[in-house]
Design a protein around this ligand. Structure first.
Ligand code: ATP
Length: 321
């Protein structure tokens, strides 16, 4: 099972200009969380801080009893082994074939024999559906395949925490759907803790257990998927439903004049769309962290938007009594 990551009061600035301040959230062990936010709000910076590639100005990142920002280089090196990272472009070495790219972390970080390395690489390539592509160079395969190769490489050291930086960027909707299914299946199989940065609202609505939204230098909200998908908080509502009406403008925040013009024009928010069911593993099983659809809403006295959780009976999940 993956490990819990507790972020407490994390703040990061560049040249005195804060990217975000006082970010506090917990990535629950083994669950999938998604981090959203307008461009430039510091989602990638957050991932880099989590894995120790950027040092925050202040705050803590607790993994068990270790606080990442206060670790020595040696301590950081050790704790980084807990992480697998899928960078936006797969970050493959262009001159190495897919096999060698995936084998790279094992050759760098372990003393495994080439025979054992082959067994692991074959297993991971099979997990991401890339058997047969071993000899290809990254430039000879499609963007979707490069992402999957990057994912195989992120998995070879059996990480407890997997970070995905916009895994769906540059993919068409069908390949994004396949990748999302792969993410669910990998979470089911590995039990690792996942954090996905994405701009894809459909991914955010159906894949995670938890959603966070970075906006205007702080964490606007983080919590169970149903909490954010039923939220009427203006920023959360606007972003998760991809709407133009609301506080977020083209250059992040609308100014008072823009908001007044919107109000004067009588621009009304459309009703919240139904909350969809979570994507399920392809083997017909349930997610490790499955919570019955509607449970969070019921427990918190929130009426979900009409039409929510349609088809719940079909996936054999019961409503809370
Ligand atoms: N190493 C760095 N030095 C200085 N500024 C940086 C550095 N890395 C990131 N930034 C700045 O931090 C801000 C946040 O960048 P980041 O890439 O994390 O945003 P993002 O939310 O991931 O954006 P997008 O959704 O467009 O990928 C940007 O203004 C960026 O220019």
């Amino acid at each position: 099972m993956g490990v819990e990551v507790r972020v407490d009061g994390l703040t990061k600035s560049f040249g005195g200009k804060p990217v975000w301040s006082d970010v506090t959230l917990t990535l629950p062990a083994g669950e999938i969380s998604v981090l959203l936010g307008p461009s430039g709000t510091g989602k990638s910076v957050f991932l880099k801080a989590l894995v120790g590639l950027l040092k925050p100005d202040r705050g803590h990142i607790w993994i068990d009893d270790r606080d990442l920002p206060s670790l020595s280089e040696k301590g950081l090196y050790e704790i980084r082994r807990l992480f697998g990272v899928l960078f936006q472009d797969g970050a493959l070495f262009g001159s190495m074939n897919i096999y060698d790219n995936v084998a790279f972390p094992l050759r760098e970080h372990t003393k495994l024999s080439e025979g054992d390395i082959k067994a692991t690489v074959d297993e991971k390539l099979d997990m991401v559906g890339l058997v047969g592509a071993e000899d290809k160079l990254p430039g000879q395969i499609s963007g979707g395949m490069r992402k999957r190769a990057g994912l195989a490489r992120a998995l070879v050291l059996e990480p407890e925490i997997i970070l995905f930086d916009e895994p769906d960027s540059g993919l068409d909707p069908v390949r994004t759907a396949y990748l999302n299914q792969l993410i669910i299946d990998l979470n089911q199989r590995t039990g690792a803790t996942f954090l996905i940065v994405t701009h894809d609202i459909n991914t955010a609505r159906t894949v995670p257990d938890n959603i966070g939204l970075l906006y205007h230098g702080h964490l606007a909200m983080f919590g169970p998927r149903e909490m954010l998908l039923s939220s009427t908080e203006p920023v959360v509502r606007q972003f998760l439903n991809a709407q133009r009406v609301g506080p977020i403008g083209m250059s992040e925040e609308k100014d008072a004049d823009e908001l007044k013009a919107e109000a004067d024009a009588g621009a009304e928010l459309p009703p919240l769309p139904p909350i969809p069911l979570q994507l399920q593993p392809s083997d017909g099983g349930t997610r490790r962290t499955e919570r019955p659809p509607g449970q969070w809403c019921a427990e918190n006295g929130v009426t979900p938007p009409p039409g929510s959780f349609e088809g719940a009976e079909k996936v054999k999940v019961s409503w809370p009594s």
